[in-house]
Write a new protein. Structure first.
Length: 59
């Protein structure tokens, strides 16, 4: 696994695709449908980890 990035990525749309400007110049293109599903998964995973982090720090 790679080291986590602390900076949010830039995202824009172009020619029917959603483009994510990744680290080190990497570009990811997705259909709008795939981008929405990925966004939901990111949201859920991030919230789960923040809850887990809070639980770990309270023990």
């Amino acid at each position: 696994m790679t080291r986590p990035h602390a900076q949010p990525r830039d995202v824009f749309h172009e020619n029917g695709e959603v483009i994510i400007d990744g680290p080190d110049g990497e570009i990811i293109a997705m259909t709008p449908e795939a981008a929405l599903r990925t966004a939901g998964r990111l949201d859920e995973a991030a919230l789960d980890e923040l809850i887990a982090r809070a639980q770990r720090s309270s023990t």
